[in-house]
Ligand binder design. Sequence first.
Ligand code: ZN
Length: 148
Amino acid sequence: MPFDDALDELYREDILYYSQNTRYRRELKDPDISNSGYNPLCGDEVSLQLKVEEDIIKEIGVIGRGCSISQASGSILAEQLSGKTLEEAKILIEIFKKLMHGKELSAEELDKLGELEALSGVKKYPVRIKCALLAWATLDEGIKSYKK
Ligand code: ZN
């Protein structure tokens, strides 16, 4: 899918940069959490694998295809959550959902966004919000079934 020309120039470069990051594009052996997601609106696919030890995310592998927003979002997810606890991951998932749904974030929440800020311009384009959230919703489900 072609990149949305209307996206802010500032963010577009960041999104392209992250979408081309291949650092986490790998399959992990015996992952503790493994889940895939699909966004029928755009055709994006993402498959996440995590190694978890004592609730700390040790390694993340993200394999996917689709638009640059969905791919950038997956690589930012891996970058930001490697080494974090599952609890911290859940907090960031909620903050990012709030941002994408146009809700106000507190200063503390804005602080936690980090590189995800590059995707904040996407909220102005309702059809692309699912692209940005795909990897995060997929992780959310994966964590929930791991916790059971
Ligand atoms: Zn997409």
